[in-house]
Design a protein around this ligand. Structure first.
Ligand SMILES: Nc1nc2c(c(=O)[nH]1)N[C@H]1C(S)=C(S)[C@@H](COP(=O)(O)O)O[C@H]1N2
Ligand SMILES: [Mo]
Length: 604
């Protein structure tokens, strides 16, 4: 068989790479931009059939470019990745659907960006026809190749195009949504996905306060951000209740009817720390349900509102066989080119326990628009996905919602249920997060100069109303563990994370692995490695958080001597991997040593 040849590539022959490093120690390391390396021009015609990224592909750094090996027959067949087809658009089919400005008009005055889908199956079908009569920019590969070094990291072109294609009320939603982000969020937010907006604070700000300031609270959206006038807003409770009713915000704020509830609550997205699973193995690949979160998709706020249970009572209670409450969010979500509102459900048992709050206030302010203004649900101790924002309807139903976010997403699959044989019913619906924790400082690959103790910071959390009872750190990869002293942990609370700090004893010099794990009040703890809990949906990364840190230990005499020498010479520390010719021993010291030690070789 002829050797496989790669599809022809029109590769740029200029590659970036270092020509030679200077070994001159007198350079000021701060003035060297380690990221801009000299360009090297290769000869025009190289006598090779390799593509220029061959080496990278062979090293597993671009898994998405590798051919699939089909070994089902006697010969191995190489199936190469194909380029995405050209974008097409069937104008005639699209126009036959009708006037999009009329079809997808604003549902209610004062509700910008809200299109009602769940009440109108024909409208859904028309939107589906428009979306399936054309193709869209595919979402980029970000699990096997390099993740873009931009902020926003991913832009969500497909989602923007779907909104633009549907037009009507949705035409300006992507742009409006980004404006709201810039208005309401902290300038230092890490924007993982521009639209639908998904963003988290950088590590140094995740645990800087026990209560997360609103501009720094992570945001996880499946669609746009509806801009709703609170005086025009209403909430309808229907389905299996005795007296269906519609409430204004004023109705719900009537303290004679609905006693106020105030709770400080930690909300965690089940995708928190997903990047650790991605860096191990790729999984279900749509960037919207699968945003590449680090440790910041968790935040804590004080919410004011009322118990959903009281509102259901006010509607005369549930009618048999109601057992679940379906919660409707006003924005448009597109999944598999079907359009819908954001819908999930919570069981009645959770509502009955007064653990489902309808809230209009976050940290003493009206709910920010990006967090669900004018009213959202907060489900205590459940994953964030159940805490519906821009709530407009609650429907009492018999079984958990069939809406895709409830029935087809937020599922925890067995490791071996892969792409080609997974069924939603094989997954466990994720409800309460298990116990987890994360180190916010130092950062993996960081160099830390210390005097025997490394200052560490982070958080710990457990779902379902359990709380961190003990947090432990290891400086040797998880062999020996040190308790974080109780006074170095923030106060415990039933629905709360605990932030912590600790000076972790570290005797070693060189690369170490710092590990963090938590025990909750039910003595649950974390799996020790990512693989043990890796899952196809890349959810619930709850394994002990591991970071690699280079320890420079000043308590070691040789280290101290060398550091002092740098100090004397006024030489700043250079990046770890750069060669330095600062001599660690003078010729005299070297010779002195051999006077009193046995030589390298043995004489007869
Ligand atoms: N209407 C609506 N509610 C929603 C979502 C959404 O996309 N739309 N995302 C959910 C998810 S997955 C999470 S983790 C939380 C995040 O809440 P936050 O953006 O206020 O931090 O909101 C939940 N409620
Ligand atoms: Mo989430």
């Amino acid at each position: 068989m002829a050797p496989p040849s790669y599809p022809p590539s029109s590769a740029d022959t200029a590659i970036a790479g270092p020509s030679s490093y200077t070994h001159d120690i007198h350079h000021d390391a701060r003035s060297i931009d380690v990221y801009s390396l000299p360009k090297v021009n290769l000869p025009e015609a190289l006598d090779t059939s390799n593509r220029p990224d061959e080496w990278k592909i062979e090293q597993g750094m671009a898994g998405h470019k590798l051919p699939i090996l089909d070994q089902t027959g006697t010969d191995t067949i190489h199936i190469y990745p194909t380029k995405p087809p050209k974008l097409v658009k069937d104008e005639e089919a699209i126009n036959s659907v009708g006037d999009r400005n009329k079809l997808f008009a604003r549902e209610l005055e004062g509700w910008k960006g809200y299109v009602e889908w769940e009440k109108y199956p024909e409208k859904k079908a028309k939107a589906h026809k428009i979306l399936t009569s054309q193709t869209f920019t595919p979402s980029p590969e970000y699990m096997f190749g390099p993740i873009p070094d931009t902020n926003p990291v991913l832009t969500g072109e497909d989602f923007k195009e779907w909104h633009h294609a549907l037009g009507g009320e949705l035409a300006s939603v992507p742009e409006d949504s980004w404006k709201t982000v810039l208005r309401e969020k902290h300038p230092d937010m890490l924007h993982l996905l521009q639209f639908p907006y998904n963003g988290e604070p950088p590590k140094r700000l995740v645990t800087s306060k026990v209560i997360t300031p609103n501009p720094l609270h992570f945001v996880r959206n499946h669609g746009g951000i509806p801009l709703i006038d609170k005086d025009k807003w209403s909430l309808t409770l229907d389905g299996l209740v005795n007296h269906p009713k519609t409430y204004t915000l004023e109705d719900l704020k009537d303290e004679h009817k609905f006693p106020r509830m105030e709770r400080t609550v930690t909300m965690q997205c089940s995708g928190t720390r997903r990047i650790e699973q991605i860096s191990l193995y790729g999984g279900q690949g749509d960037e919207v349900p699968q945003a590449p979160w680090a440790e910041g998709a968790i935040g804590t706020a004080r919410y004011v509102g009322i118990s959903l249970k009281k509102v259901i009572k006010d509607c005369g209670g549930l009618i048999k066989p109601a057992k679940h409450l379906e919660l409707y969010g006003a924005e448009t979500y597109v999944k598999d080119l079907e359009v819908m509102n954001y819908v999930v459900s919570v069981p009645w048992s959770k509502v009955k326990a007064n653990e489902v709050i309808l809230t209009w206030e976050m940290n003493g302010e009206p709910l920010p628009k990006i967090h669900g203004y004018p009213l959202r649900v907060v489900v205590l101790g459940y994953i964030g996905a159940r805490s519906v924002k821009w709530l407009y309807r609650i429907k009492a139903i018999e079984n958990p919602s069939l809406a895709p976010v409830q029935s087809r997403e937020y599922l925890y699959f067995n490791q071996q249920v892969g792409k080609y044989n997974q069924r939603p019913t094989d997954g466990i619906q994720i409800q309460e997060m298990p116990v987890s924790s994360a180190i916010m400082s130092p950062i993996t690959k960081q160099v830390v100069i210390h005097s025997g103790k490394i200052r560490c910071k982070g958080w710990a959390y457990s779902g379902g109303g359990r709380w961190p009872e003990r947090v432990e750190l290891s400086a040797d990869g998880g062999f020996t563990w040190y308790d974080i002293p109780p006074e170095k942990l923030s106060k415990k609370g039933k629905w709360l994370w605990r932030t912590w700090e600790m000076d972790l004893p570290c005797d070693a010099e060189g690369w170490i692995e710092i590990v963090c794990r938590c025990w909750d009040n039910a003595l649950n703890t974390q799996p020790l490695n990512v693989r043990a809990a890796w899952n196809w949906g890349l959810h619930v990364t709850s394994s002990a958080h591991r970071i690699s840190v280079y320890s420079v230990n000043r308590t070691r005499p040789v280290t101290r001597k060398r550091l002092d020498k740098y100090d004397q010479l006024g030489i700043p520390l250079a990046p770890l991997t750069r060669y330095e010719i600062v001599k660690s021993q003078t010729d005299e010291e070297y010779q002195e040593y051999w006077k009193t030690h046995e030589p390298r070789d043995v004489d007869e």
